[in-house]
Design a protein around this ligand. Structure first.
Ligand code: CA
Length: 183
């Protein structure tokens, strides 16, 4: 891997360069923030080891500017702070991982390999669209016919129509005589 180490503690920077070179990496060093940002912007790096507290520009600023440029180079933040807010701020500004000083070189090496694997895998894929079956569900059944309610009170049935008045006279239907005529 091609690795940029931005670290103002020159002894630490040099020991990182020796260790990473011994692991087969190609290493550039920067000892202040402005030089670090310039190299990070122009060099073909696979990862940046970025100290947090730097003269010139802080590690936060360098990382945020790289991300604002659209630069996706993996950034491993090195910090002497171990407060959870500092770690969160480091990740929020676009760092991919962080290590709190003092750190083990073995762990640093493993984190770099993990960053390289993730970078090689590419950005996470968007979730797949839902299966078409979900769009072919049975249509909803029609609701049963609503009952004739008005404002939640049952509507009374209309009264039955009045019975027709009895037809007067009875002239059309003659009663049969009770007795035979002539008696
Ligand atoms: Ca520092």
């Amino acid at each position: 891997m091609r690795i940029l180490v931005v670290e103002d503690e020159e002894g630490l920077a040099e020991s990182l360069r020796r260790g990473l070179s011994a692991d087969g990496h190609w290493v550039d060093l920067a000892h202040d923030g402005h030089r670090g940002l310039e190299l990070a912007r122009t060099g073909p790096y696979d990862a940046v080891l970025l100290d947090l507290m730097l003269p010139g520009l802080s590690g936060y600023e360098i990382c945020a500017r790289l991300r604002a440029d659209g630069d996706p180079t993996p950034v491993l933040m090195l910090t002497a702070k171990d407060g959870e807010y500092d770690e969160a701020e480091g990740l929020d500004c676009g760092a991919d991982d962080y290590l709190t000083k003092p750190f083990s070189f073995v762990v640093l090496s493993a984190r770099l390999r993990a960053l390289a694997r993730r970078a090689a895998a590419g950005p996470p894929r968007p979730p797949p669209p839902p299966p078409p079956r979900a769009q072919l569900r049975d249509p909803p059944r029609p609701r049963s016919r609503p009952r004739p309610h008005h404002n939640d009170f049952p509507v009374p049935l209309p009264p039955p129509p009045p019975a027709p008045p009895p037809r007067g006279g009875g002239g059309r239907h003659r009663r049969p005589p009770l007795h035979p005529p002539g008696r």
